[in-house]
Ligand binder design. Structure first.
Ligand code: FUB
Length: 320
């Protein structure tokens, strides 16, 4: 190649690299929040909430839960909104944070929403579970009632503390659900994934506010969560040798995000790399109630501790 041809070629390569990697936020046509990834049969599925508040609104308006998928971390397929609070006859209100996991060929989508005032509950936040044979639905209410209602936890004096479920199945087959605003609560689940199995335990990791994400990696249990004082949320974490704890505080992994009071972790290993999903308010007209899901790389040290997340607008590279 002649010199000027080489330069032109190099420029074109740079331009195409910039084009394919400038991807945060990853969903730009609507506002999305509370990301929760899983991998199934080589495909990464991303479950999100959906902010529909106007620019003038001063609280959340969250219409439904949505599903996206990718095999290259750059091209996202939109599977629509296979679940909304109206799927649950007992529910009213918004589609807060949720997580879907697979067990024995079924997909269990644990969601936080709000309970009607009725003979079962005086209202407040509640956790439900929907089930499907496919990661993209259709989903139906798995039990016909809430799994957790406000009356089942009493340590917080307000009614909206039972939000943000995260569920994982340990190597011995025992499933655990963690959740909570203000304090972190956990309970064992039965093998059927739709009944609690034992008492609820409540604890308060350092600086804990909400949005727990619990998983096990290379023998270490991780509890990653949103933290806040008077400032907008950051992401901090603890580790443990047992899901029942004790949990050792490890520090901050993500500082505040642009233009949103909250952020929310969703963590996954996929095709040899570790990914950290979160939300910010960076889309035009975005904000704390009009959030957008982003993804950046996550790196572990040799001892399993997590390096600080570097938030980028470029996002992650397309997997070839
Ligand atoms: O999306 C509504 C709430 O904001 C979630 O439940 C919290 O984790 C925070 O992201």
């Amino acid at each position: 190649m002649k010199n000027h041809t080489k330069i032109l070629f190099a420029l074109l390569c740079c331009l195409s690299a910039i084009k394919t990697t400038a991807q945060n936020p990853i969903i730009k046509n609507i506002f999305t929040a509370d990301p929760a990834p899983i991998v199934h049969k080589g495909i990464l599925y991303l479950y999100t909430g959906h902010d529909v508040a106007t620019e003038q609104d001063t609280n959340y308006k969250m219409a439904d839960w949505r599903v996206y998928s990718t095999t290259d971390m750059a091209t996202w397929k939109d599977h629509g909104a296979p679940l909304s609070p109206s799927t649950f006859s007992w529910a009213t209100g918004d589609a807060y944070a949720a997580q879907c996991i697979e067990r024995n060929g079924k997909f269990y989508w644990f969601v936080s929403t709000f309970h009607k005032k009725d003979e079962v509950s005086g209202g407040g936040a509640a956790i439900g579970v929907a089930v499907s044979d496919s990661p993209t639905g259709p989903f139906k209410d798995a039990i016909g009632k809430a799994l957790i209602i406000n009356e089942m936890t009493t340590d917080m004096t307000y009614a909206w503390d039972d939000i943000d479920p995260t569920v994982f199945v340990d190597d011995d087959g025992q499933a655990y659900m963690f959740w909570g605003n203000g304090s972190c609560k956990w309970v064992k689940l039965k093998k059927n994934m739709i009944e609690v199995d034992g008492p609820i335990t409540t604890f308060k990791p350092k600086n804990y506010i909400e949005g727990p994400w619990v998983y096990k990696r290379k023998g270490i249990y991780y509890l990653v969560y949103a933290s806040a004082g008077t400032k907008p949320e950051m992401i901090e974490y603890c580790t443990a040798k047992n899901p029942a704890g004790p949990w050792t505080y490890q520090g901050i992994i993500q500082e505040n995000v642009p233009n949103s009071f909250t952020t929310h972790p969703g963590i996954i290993d996929y095709k040899g790399k570790s990914y950290f999903f979160y939300h910010n308010g960076s889309l035009p007209t975005g904000g704390s109630y009009r959030r957008s899901v982003c993804v950046d790389y996550m790196y572990y040290n040799e001892d399993g501790t997590i390096q600080k997340i570097i938030q980028t607008t470029e996002g992650v590279s397309k997997i070839k």
